[in-house]
Design a protein around this ligand. Structure first.
Ligand code: HEC
Length: 78
């Protein structure tokens, strides 16, 4: 995640630009489809789920890396 610059906007437990990773995990943690949903969102970007700020698309991230990062984020569920 540091390599892909995610931490420029997301921290583990504090809000910087987007939602922080622990609150994403709390929101999606119980959802069996969450890895696929979040992996797709990581690559495509988007807005409107957490507020006005958009997340830019991350086309340089491979499908495999996006899924790995989605799993890492979901593993933070409190
Ligand atoms: C320029 C700032 C920025 C960067 C860089 C960025 N994000 Fe985001 N991210 C955001 C914002 C803003 C949102 C909230 C979007 C919304 O409300 O729908 C978000 C939302 C998310 C979500 C939640 C999606 C949802 O539907 O709830 C995940 C997961 C995520 N980002 C992961 C990542 C990962 C992994 C990376 C690195 C590859 C990354 N982000 C890079 C700003 C950023």
């Amino acid at each position: 995640m540091q390599r892909n610059n995610c931490t420029a906007c997301h921290l583990i437990d504090k809000r910087k630009y987007g939602p922080h990773f622990t609150e994403i995990a709390a929101r999606y943690g119980g959802d069996a489809k969450a890895v696929a949903t979040l992996a797709a969102k990581i690559k495509a970007g988007g807005s409107g789920v957490w507020g006005e700020d958009p997340m830019p698309p991350q086309p340089q991230v491979s499908d495999k890396d996006a899924q790995t990062m989605a799993r890492l984020i979901l593993a933070l569920k409190p």
